[in-house]
Design a protein around this ligand. Structure first.
Ligand code: NDP
Length: 231
Protein backbone atom coordinates (compact mmCIF):
# COMPACT_ATOMS: atom_id res chain seq x y z
CA UNK A 1 0.00 0.00 0.00
CA UNK A 2 1.23 3.50 -0.83
CA UNK A 3 2.55 5.51 2.09
CA UNK A 4 0.76 8.67 3.19
CA UNK A 5 2.32 12.11 3.79
CA UNK A 6 0.45 15.00 5.37
CA UNK A 7 2.23 18.34 5.00
CA UNK A 8 1.43 21.93 5.98
CA UNK A 9 2.47 25.07 4.09
CA UNK A 10 2.45 23.07 0.86
CA UNK A 11 1.79 25.89 -1.61
CA UNK A 12 5.30 27.31 -1.99
CA UNK A 13 8.93 27.08 -0.96
CA UNK A 14 10.20 23.94 0.74
CA UNK A 15 6.66 22.59 1.26
CA UNK A 16 5.76 22.63 -2.45
CA UNK A 17 9.01 20.87 -3.38
CA UNK A 18 8.33 18.26 -0.70
CA UNK A 19 4.96 17.55 -2.31
CA UNK A 20 6.60 17.13 -5.73
CA UNK A 21 9.30 14.76 -4.45
CA UNK A 22 6.94 12.53 -2.44
CA UNK A 23 4.40 12.31 -5.29
CA UNK A 24 7.24 11.34 -7.66
CA UNK A 25 8.08 8.55 -5.21
CA UNK A 26 4.50 7.20 -5.33
CA UNK A 27 3.24 8.48 -1.98
CA UNK A 28 -0.30 9.62 -1.25
CA UNK A 29 0.02 13.28 -0.31
CA UNK A 30 -2.40 15.36 1.74
CA UNK A 31 -1.21 18.88 1.02
CA UNK A 32 -2.47 21.66 3.28
CA UNK A 33 -2.26 25.37 2.61
CA UNK A 34 -4.06 28.54 3.65
CA UNK A 35 -5.45 29.52 0.24
CA UNK A 36 -5.81 26.54 -2.11
CA UNK A 37 -7.54 28.64 -4.79
CA UNK A 38 -4.41 30.85 -4.98
CA UNK A 39 -2.01 27.89 -4.96
CA UNK A 40 -1.63 27.57 -8.72
CA UNK A 41 1.55 25.46 -8.75
CA UNK A 42 0.11 23.03 -6.22
CA UNK A 43 -3.22 22.85 -8.10
CA UNK A 44 -1.37 22.15 -11.34
CA UNK A 45 -0.06 18.91 -9.83
CA UNK A 46 -3.60 17.53 -9.37
CA UNK A 47 -4.11 16.48 -12.98
CA UNK A 48 -1.11 14.18 -13.22
CA UNK A 49 -1.23 12.91 -9.63
CA UNK A 50 -4.20 10.89 -8.40
CA UNK A 51 -2.50 10.52 -5.03
CA UNK A 52 -2.67 14.24 -4.27
CA UNK A 53 -5.42 15.82 -2.15
CA UNK A 54 -5.42 19.49 -1.26
CA UNK A 55 -7.03 20.90 1.90
CA UNK A 56 -7.49 24.43 3.14
CA UNK A 57 -5.71 24.82 6.48
CA UNK A 58 -4.39 27.73 8.47
CA UNK A 59 -2.31 25.94 11.11
CA UNK A 60 -3.43 28.40 13.79
CA UNK A 61 -7.12 27.65 13.15
CA UNK A 62 -7.38 24.81 15.65
CA UNK A 63 -11.03 24.08 14.86
CA UNK A 64 -9.96 23.65 11.24
CA UNK A 65 -7.12 21.37 12.35
CA UNK A 66 -9.59 19.21 14.30
CA UNK A 67 -12.03 19.16 11.37
CA UNK A 68 -9.33 17.87 9.04
CA UNK A 69 -8.35 15.24 11.61
CA UNK A 70 -12.02 14.13 11.77
CA UNK A 71 -12.05 13.93 7.97
CA UNK A 72 -9.00 11.66 8.04
CA UNK A 73 -10.09 9.57 11.05
CA UNK A 74 -8.97 5.95 10.71
CA UNK A 75 -6.47 6.70 7.93
CA UNK A 76 -2.85 5.92 8.73
CA UNK A 77 -0.39 8.78 8.25
CA UNK A 78 3.17 7.51 7.82
CA UNK A 79 4.78 10.93 7.80
CA UNK A 80 3.50 14.30 8.99
CA UNK A 81 5.75 17.20 8.04
CA UNK A 82 4.88 20.37 9.88
CA UNK A 83 6.56 22.73 7.46
CA UNK A 84 4.46 25.93 7.73
CA UNK A 85 6.50 28.66 9.35
CA UNK A 86 6.80 32.41 9.71
CA UNK A 87 9.92 34.51 10.31
CA UNK A 88 8.23 37.66 11.53
CA UNK A 89 9.86 41.09 11.25
CA UNK A 90 13.30 40.99 9.58
CA UNK A 91 16.06 41.81 12.00
CA UNK A 92 14.14 41.68 15.29
CA UNK A 93 17.32 42.69 17.10
CA UNK A 94 17.54 44.13 20.59
CA UNK A 95 15.24 47.08 21.27
CA UNK A 96 11.71 47.92 20.22
CA UNK A 97 10.46 44.35 20.10
CA UNK A 98 7.12 44.07 18.31
CA UNK A 99 5.19 42.06 20.86
CA UNK A 100 2.19 41.36 18.63
CA UNK A 101 4.47 39.95 15.92
CA UNK A 102 6.26 37.82 18.50
CA UNK A 103 2.92 36.36 19.63
CA UNK A 104 2.04 35.62 15.99
CA UNK A 105 5.37 33.91 15.29
CA UNK A 106 5.06 31.80 18.45
CA UNK A 107 1.51 30.86 17.46
CA UNK A 108 2.58 29.60 14.02
CA UNK A 109 6.01 28.12 14.80
CA UNK A 110 5.48 26.66 18.26
CA UNK A 111 1.86 26.34 19.40
CA UNK A 112 0.38 25.15 16.11
CA UNK A 113 2.92 22.31 15.70
CA UNK A 114 1.87 20.90 19.09
CA UNK A 115 -1.86 21.26 18.33
CA UNK A 116 -1.28 19.48 15.01
CA UNK A 117 0.57 16.64 16.76
CA UNK A 118 -2.36 16.32 19.20
CA UNK A 119 -4.88 16.24 16.36
CA UNK A 120 -3.11 13.67 14.16
CA UNK A 121 -1.28 11.43 16.67
CA UNK A 122 -3.98 8.76 16.27
CA UNK A 123 -3.33 8.67 12.50
CA UNK A 124 0.43 8.42 13.06
CA UNK A 125 -0.13 5.59 15.53
CA UNK A 126 -1.99 3.62 12.82
CA UNK A 127 1.10 3.60 10.57
CA UNK A 128 3.75 0.89 10.81
CA UNK A 129 6.23 3.53 12.02
CA UNK A 130 4.67 6.98 12.07
CA UNK A 131 7.05 9.94 11.93
CA UNK A 132 6.25 13.51 12.94
CA UNK A 133 8.88 15.80 11.42
CA UNK A 134 8.90 19.42 12.55
CA UNK A 135 10.74 21.76 10.21
CA UNK A 136 12.73 23.74 12.72
CA UNK A 137 15.85 25.86 12.18
CA UNK A 138 19.45 26.05 13.28
CA UNK A 139 18.44 29.55 14.38
CA UNK A 140 16.68 27.81 17.28
CA UNK A 141 19.89 26.16 18.44
CA UNK A 142 21.49 27.58 21.60
CA UNK A 143 24.79 25.89 20.78
CA UNK A 144 24.90 27.44 17.31
CA UNK A 145 24.01 30.98 18.35
CA UNK A 146 27.18 33.03 18.10
CA UNK A 147 25.69 36.20 16.57
CA UNK A 148 22.79 37.06 18.91
CA UNK A 149 19.71 38.95 17.69
CA UNK A 150 16.69 37.50 15.84
CA UNK A 151 14.93 37.19 19.19
CA UNK A 152 11.52 36.44 17.76
CA UNK A 153 12.33 33.70 15.25
CA UNK A 154 15.10 32.11 17.34
CA UNK A 155 12.90 31.81 20.44
CA UNK A 156 9.99 30.34 18.46
CA UNK A 157 12.15 27.58 16.96
CA UNK A 158 13.95 26.92 20.27
CA UNK A 159 10.53 26.46 21.88
CA UNK A 160 9.51 24.21 18.97
CA UNK A 161 12.57 22.07 19.66
CA UNK A 162 11.44 21.71 23.25
CA UNK A 163 8.00 20.62 22.03
CA UNK A 164 9.66 18.05 19.75
CA UNK A 165 11.70 16.61 22.61
CA UNK A 166 8.65 16.08 24.84
CA UNK A 167 6.58 14.69 21.96
CA UNK A 168 9.35 12.20 21.15
CA UNK A 169 9.01 10.78 24.66
CA UNK A 170 5.21 10.96 24.91
CA UNK A 171 4.45 9.40 21.50
CA UNK A 172 7.11 6.69 21.61
CA UNK A 173 4.80 4.14 23.30
CA UNK A 174 2.43 4.49 20.32
CA UNK A 175 5.29 3.65 17.94
CA UNK A 176 5.59 7.23 16.62
CA UNK A 177 8.95 8.96 16.22
CA UNK A 178 9.37 12.72 16.40
CA UNK A 179 12.23 14.74 14.98
CA UNK A 180 13.31 18.37 14.43
CA UNK A 181 14.91 19.14 11.07
CA UNK A 182 16.93 22.15 9.89
CA UNK A 183 16.37 22.39 6.12
CA UNK A 184 19.55 24.38 5.42
CA UNK A 185 19.63 27.99 4.26
CA UNK A 186 17.24 27.64 1.36
CA UNK A 187 16.34 29.90 -1.59
CA UNK A 188 12.70 30.67 -0.77
CA UNK A 189 10.74 33.79 0.12
CA UNK A 190 11.96 33.29 3.68
CA UNK A 191 15.55 32.32 2.91
CA UNK A 192 16.01 35.03 0.28
CA UNK A 193 18.01 34.97 -2.97
CA UNK A 194 21.45 34.74 -1.28
CA UNK A 195 20.60 31.45 0.43
CA UNK A 196 23.05 28.62 -0.15
CA UNK A 197 20.86 25.82 -1.52
CA UNK A 198 17.79 25.25 -3.68
CA UNK A 199 14.57 23.73 -2.38
CA UNK A 200 15.44 20.64 -4.46
CA UNK A 201 18.76 20.16 -2.66
CA UNK A 202 17.13 20.69 0.73
CA UNK A 203 14.24 18.31 0.09
CA UNK A 204 16.47 15.61 -1.46
CA UNK A 205 18.52 15.64 1.74
CA UNK A 206 15.54 15.70 4.10
CA UNK A 207 13.83 12.88 2.21
CA UNK A 208 17.01 10.78 2.34
CA UNK A 209 17.11 11.30 6.12
CA UNK A 210 13.44 10.39 6.54
CA UNK A 211 13.61 7.40 4.15
CA UNK A 212 16.41 5.92 6.27
CA UNK A 213 14.77 6.90 9.54
CA UNK A 214 15.00 4.51 12.47
CA UNK A 215 13.77 4.70 16.05
CA UNK A 216 17.33 5.72 17.00
CA UNK A 217 16.65 9.09 15.37
CA UNK A 218 13.65 9.66 17.65
CA UNK A 219 13.94 12.90 19.61
CA UNK A 220 16.87 14.19 17.57
CA UNK A 221 17.69 17.48 15.82
CA UNK A 222 19.22 16.99 12.36
CA UNK A 223 20.11 19.11 9.37
CA UNK A 224 19.13 18.25 5.80
CA UNK A 225 22.39 16.29 5.39
CA UNK A 226 21.48 14.04 8.31
CA UNK A 227 24.07 15.62 10.63
CA UNK A 228 23.03 16.04 14.25
CA UNK A 229 22.74 19.66 15.45
CA UNK A 230 23.44 20.91 18.96
CA UNK A 231 20.27 21.92 20.82
P1 NDP B 1 8.27 30.32 2.73
O1 NDP B 1 8.15 31.67 3.34
O2 NDP B 1 8.60 30.19 1.29
O3 NDP B 1 6.93 29.48 2.99
C1 NDP B 1 6.30 29.50 4.23
C2 NDP B 1 5.11 28.58 4.14
O4 NDP B 1 4.47 28.56 5.42
C3 NDP B 1 4.07 29.06 3.12
O5 NDP B 1 3.48 27.95 2.52
C4 NDP B 1 3.08 29.80 4.01
O6 NDP B 1 1.78 29.90 3.47
C5 NDP B 1 3.09 28.86 5.20
N1 NDP B 1 2.45 29.46 6.37
C6 NDP B 1 2.81 30.55 7.07
N2 NDP B 1 1.92 30.79 8.04
C7 NDP B 1 0.97 29.84 7.95
C8 NDP B 1 -0.22 29.54 8.66
N3 NDP B 1 -0.63 30.29 9.69
N4 NDP B 1 -0.95 28.46 8.29
C9 NDP B 1 -0.55 27.68 7.27
N5 NDP B 1 0.54 27.92 6.52
C10 NDP B 1 1.30 28.98 6.87
O7 NDP B 1 9.33 29.58 3.65
P2 NDP B 1 10.21 28.25 3.49
O8 NDP B 1 9.64 27.33 2.49
O9 NDP B 1 11.61 28.70 3.41
O10 NDP B 1 10.01 27.67 4.97
C11 NDP B 1 9.48 26.41 5.27
C12 NDP B 1 9.92 26.03 6.68
O11 NDP B 1 11.36 25.95 6.72
C13 NDP B 1 9.53 27.04 7.75
O12 NDP B 1 9.12 26.37 8.92
C14 NDP B 1 10.82 27.81 8.01
O13 NDP B 1 10.86 28.36 9.31
C15 NDP B 1 11.85 26.70 7.81
N6 NDP B 1 13.21 27.17 7.54
C16 NDP B 1 13.51 27.80 6.35
C17 NDP B 1 14.81 28.20 6.09
C18 NDP B 1 15.20 28.85 4.80
O14 NDP B 1 16.40 29.19 4.63
N7 NDP B 1 14.30 29.04 3.84
C19 NDP B 1 15.89 27.99 7.06
C20 NDP B 1 15.47 27.31 8.26
C21 NDP B 1 14.18 26.91 8.47
P3 NDP B 1 1.24 31.26 2.73
O15 NDP B 1 1.72 31.17 1.30
O16 NDP B 1 -0.23 31.16 2.87
O17 NDP B 1 1.85 32.42 3.45
Amino acid sequence: MAKHLLITGANRGIGLTMVQHYLADGWLVTACCREPEEAKELQSLLEANEGLSIFQLDVTDYEGVDELAENLAGEPIDLLINNAGYYGPKGSGFGGTDVEEWRQVMEINTIAPLKIAEAFCANLALAEHGIYAAISSKMGSMGDNSSGGSYIYRSSKAALNSVVKSLSIDLQPEGTSVVAIHPGWVQTAMGGPNALITTGESVTGIKRLLDGFSTEHNGGFYDFNGNEIAW
